[in-house]
Ligand binder design. Structure first.
Ligand SMILES: Cc1ncc(COP(=O)(O)O)c(C=O)c1O
Length: 386
């Protein structure tokens, strides 16, 4: 992790990738080229294996950013007469609600605070109260705050109540475990970027084959129809529309590197160590992080904006970028915050590097009071809807 040049992206994505993953894109592939077809099939199989879904689930890749595959999952799997209950504790849960509204699918929400996990007991009660609900959706790591939602418990309640589960695992897949053999879900979606450390441009769904087979002709969109994408790919081995060949090639290479690191366990261990160093270092510098350790996923850390009037986020951001570290504004609706990611091709050295840079900049800015203002944490505002 020392091949350095451009800034480290300590964000929720796009992320820092290895030089070898980028180099895998230095070739043009024809979409009907036998080598590309073999690579595409290999990537799909490896993703099913990573999800623990062999024999029950299939992988359907789709062009686009993460939102495209979330929208495709909901539109394809929730039938027009169905109803989705979305567990909301941040912007990505809210986005699923918006997707339902646009696709004209009936939707209900069960909300938790942005600094809390979703509540399986409340889900149990909500499902008992509304028999019209056919599906439940949950975000594994709500990247808005970095909170780790209890998907296993949510899956247990959903299955016991005879409903079907859809998981947005965008910022978790490849680093946080979610084995389809143990945790019952109909579909999970994630992307080439994020914890797999490929480049952005492809999303994929890991879908229970029987649920997908039942979904023919349901999607309210042609390009976001996962059944059609799957059926054509099974029949012809090809993508329906121009495939993002270079992105698939980079993902194939990124999956090699994921396996070499020890798979989900190995990648998760690096991220956990990075997160531990980052949180401890930020607290030692006097910052207050949003989440208690028990709720913090080792993906991205939300930090309360310091109360000191000498702290100006724009200056802080610019000075950090000048030192080679790109961070991210906050996305909370309830508190003024910023975020620092610990995913991508970065590790302990980069976490120590960014902490040292932050310490230097705070000294230069003469920021002494680094905690949030008393009573703050609710009502402050900084919202960036990306
Ligand atoms: C949990 C989650 N879901 C969905 C998305 C949407 O992905 P995109 O911004 O690539 O459309 C993101 C992006 O960070 C995410 O973290």
């Amino acid at each position: 992790m020392t091949e350095r040049r451009e800034p480290y992206l300590l964000t929720p994505g796009p992320l820092t990738t290895s030089a070898t993953t980028k180099a895998a894109m230095l070739r043009d592939w024809g979409s009907r080229d036998a080598a590309f077809i073999a690579m595409n099939a290999r990537v799909r199989e490896r993703l099913v294996d990573l999800a623990g879904g062999r024999g029950s689930h299939v992988c359907v890749p789709l062009q686009g950013s993460g939102t495209f595959i979330v929208e495709a999952m909901i539109g394809t799997l929730v039938p027009p007469a169905g109803k989705l209950l979305v567990l909301v504790n941040g912007a990505y849960g809210r986005r699923m609600v918006r997707i339902c509204e646009v696709a004209r699918r009936a939707v209900a929400t069960l909300e938790a605070a942005e600094d809390a996990a979703v509540d399986p007991a409340a889900l149990d009660a909500a499902l008992a109260a509304d028999p019209a609900i056919t599906h439940v959706a949950v975000v594994q790591c709500e990247t808005t705050s970095g909170v780790w939602n209890p998907v296993e418990a949510v899956a247990e309640v959903t299955a016991r109540c005879g409903r079907r589960l859809l998981v947005d695992a965008m910022s978790a897949f490849g680093a946080l475990p979610l084995d389809a053999g143990r945790v019952r879900y109909d579909a999970l979606v994630a992307s080439s970027n994020k914890c797999l450390e490929g480049v952005p441009g492809v999303g994929f769904a890991i879908v229970r084959q029987t649920a997908l087979e039942a979904a023919a002709g349901r999607a309210p969109s042609l390009s976001l129809d996962l059944h059609d994408q799957w059926a054509v790919m099974e029949k012809t081995q090809q993508w329906r529309f121009t495939p993002p060949t270079h992105v698939v090639a980079a993902l194939d290479r990124a999956l090699d590197e994921h396996a070499a690191e020890g798979g989900v366990a190995g990648r998760g261990a690096r991220y956990r160590e990075s997160c531990r160093i980052l949180v401890a270092g930020l607290r030692a510098l006097g910052f207050r992080t949003l989440l208690p350790d028990a709720l913090q996923a080792p993906i991205i850390v939300t930090v309360h904006m310091p109360a000191d009037p000498r702290f100006q986020f724009d200056v802080f951001y610019r000075e950090l970028a000048a030192r080679g570290f790109v961070i991210y504004p906050g996305k909370l609706t309830v508190a003024d915050s910023f975020r620092i990611g610990c995913i991508g091709r970065v590790g302990a050295a980069e976490m120590r590097g960014v902490l040292a840079a932050i310490g230097e900049i705070l000294d230069e800015m003469q920021v002494t009071d680094r905690g949030p203002a008393a009573g703050r944490g609710h009502g402050g505002e900084r919202r960036v809807d990306t």
